[in-house]
Each structure stands twice: as C-alpha cells, then as structure tokens.
Design a protein around this ligand. Structure first.
Ligand SMILES: [Mg+2]
Length: 308
C-alpha cells in the first residue's frame, strides 16, 4: 500500500482535440474581426496578448513522458534480473534464518528488548511488493495514464488478483517448516478478524502459511497509517523476530519526520548498515515508494536530483 501522490502526466497539447483547436481559432478570428470594426485599439492589444500567449505556450511543452512508470513496471514484470534479485534475497535469507534460530540473543527488530530468548521465533514480512506482486495494478494505471488513488487501489485489492514475489513462497514455507511463524505487517487497510476480508482471502488464495490469522496479519486501520513501529513492538512482545523483509525503509525501522528527506534516509541506512543482508532483507521496487516522496513527485524535482 502506498500513499496518494501527485504526478504530472502527459502532454497538455495532446489532450486538446485538434478539432477543438480549429473551432477555437475560428471564434478568436471572429472576435478579432468584430474588435477591428468597433474598437481598433483594443484589437491591437488583443492581438499582442494572443501572440505572447502563443509564444509562451510553444515553450510550455511538458518535459514529462506520458508513461513515467513504464520501465519500472516492465522491469518488474518481464526481466529475469528482477526475478533473480528477489529469489537471491529470499534464498540468502534462508541461511540467515538458520543462523538466527541457533543464536537465542539474535533479533532483527530494533523494538525488541528485554528477555526475548525464550519467545517463539518469527519472521516479519511486509506484503505489497515484498510477498505480494501488484505489478498488474501498476501496469493498468500506467497504461491508462491514471495516477494512484485510494479507490483504484481498493478496487484492485477487492479483486484478490495479486501474484507472488519470486522466492517469497519458498521462503515462508521454509520458515514454517523450521518452526518459525511468518507474520505479515501491511499498510493495507484490512481486518484480519474477518474471513471474508479481501486481503485475508488473497493470502489464502495464494496458499501462504496462515494458521492464526489475527496473530499473523497486522493491518493498517486507515490509509494514512504508514508507521509500522507500534505493530513491530506488538510482535516483539510475542515472538523473537529473526528477520525483517520489506520493499520500503519503513518496513525495517521508524523514520522520524525530520529524517524523511534524502539525507535523513541515507543516514538511517548507514547507521544500520550491519543489518542489511544479515537480518534485514530488502526487495527491489522501482515502481513507487517513500524514496519518491523524498525526491519529490514533480518531474522538475526529479530532474533536479539527477546526478550527472
Ligand atoms: Mg511494500
């Protein structure tokens, strides 16, 4: 799940029908002729304004391509490079899980403290773009030129049509077979106490291990809820968290408001660099994410961040 963002899509001129432009031209011409007959001075001023407008308009070609997310979505859907990245991440995590099981003081959660050695082991995974593949949803809005919206996302969730991220199923089955409970913390708005909840049914449809749904699936209450810290704290009271999985920085730690910019995120990354690939496993997602908010959603903001 992600927050609504504002994007600048497409070419302004392309959305103006050419016939409308011809009709507009005729109206303007008629108006100028009338002015020429009644108020010649005003006609000159109007002509000058029109000329200036045309000049400005000709330089106002938007710089955004119509399909800004096309490469990102296609990379997720068609490249073996994406598949290999996800599979290698989950495969390496199997080795980390075994190491974590052997060491009773091992935990991946910054929220875990106190005497947690005897707690049953768990792994905590985000859902979207970590376990669930929603690239078909992204493909739809990319192809139609739409932007992300909560109603469009809810419609997709209700379809229960997500796929699996490569390697995810093998990993959760491996964890389950080794007595480690997979726990899902998602920012989807869902209700794990209801069997007919679309996300609960989605997980069941994909045959993901899910025995005690209320314990294993922690939903967001509203679409504005993005911080997972409190939910990680809840899990840390019941389980020893061996590993964390996500496609967003917030899947691993709390991002303070004053550290949400690029510099702050870099600093958080470096502070915890010993955990990546050992206890924290990041899945690739070039389609969307909190990184984009840190860059800025406008094309101009993005262009200004390019390092040339
Ligand atoms: Mg995610």
């Amino acid at each position: 799940m992600r927050s609504v963002k504002n994007k600048y899509h497409g070419n302004v001129i392309s959305i103006i029908n050419i016939w409308d432009m011809i009709r507009l031209g005729r109206y303007i011409n008629q108006w100028l002729v009338t002015l020429d007959q009644e108020k010649p001075m005003m006609r000159s001023t109007a002509s000058l304004v029109m000329l200036c407008s045309l000049f400005v308009f000709s330089f106002a070609q938007p710089t955004a391509p119509a399909y800004e997310n096309l490469n990102a979505v296609l990379w997720m859907q068609t490249s073996v490079e994406y598949q290999a990245s996800a599979v290698q991440t989950y495969r390496l995590a199997q080795l980390a899980l075994l190491r974590g099981l052997r060491d009773e003081r091992w935990t991946a959660a910054l929220e875990q403290n106190g005497e947690f050695e005897k707690l049953p082991p768990a792994v905590v995974l985000d859902l979207d773009e970590t376990v669930l593949d929603n690239s078909a949803f992204e493909a739809r809005i990319t192809a139609s030129g739409e932007t992300f919206s909560d109603p469009a996302w809810t419609k997709w969730v209700n379809e229960r049509a997500a796929g699996l991220v490569p390697g995810a199923m093998d990993f959760v089955q491996f964890a389950h077979a080794n007595g480690v409970t997979p726990v899902y913390i998602t920012n989807r708005v869902c209700d794990s106490s209801k069997d007919d909840d679309p996300t609960v049914q989605q997980l069941r449809k994909l045959h993901l291990p899910l025995e005690a749904v209320s314990d294993q699936l922690l939903c967001a209450h509203t679409s504005k809820e993005s911080d997972k810290t409190a939910r990680r704290e809840m899990i840390a009271k019941k389980y020893r968290i061996l590993l964390l999985f996500g496609d967003q920085l917030g899947d691993f730690l709390q991002i303070p408001t004053d550290a949400a910019d690029l510099t702050g995120r870099e600093s958080l990354f470096i502070t915890h660099q010993g955990l990546w690939g050992e206890r924290w496993f990041q899945l690739p997602n070039p389609m969307y994410g909190s990184w984009e908010g840190a860059v800025g959603y406008s094309v101009d903001a993005k262009l200004s961040k390019l390092r040339k």
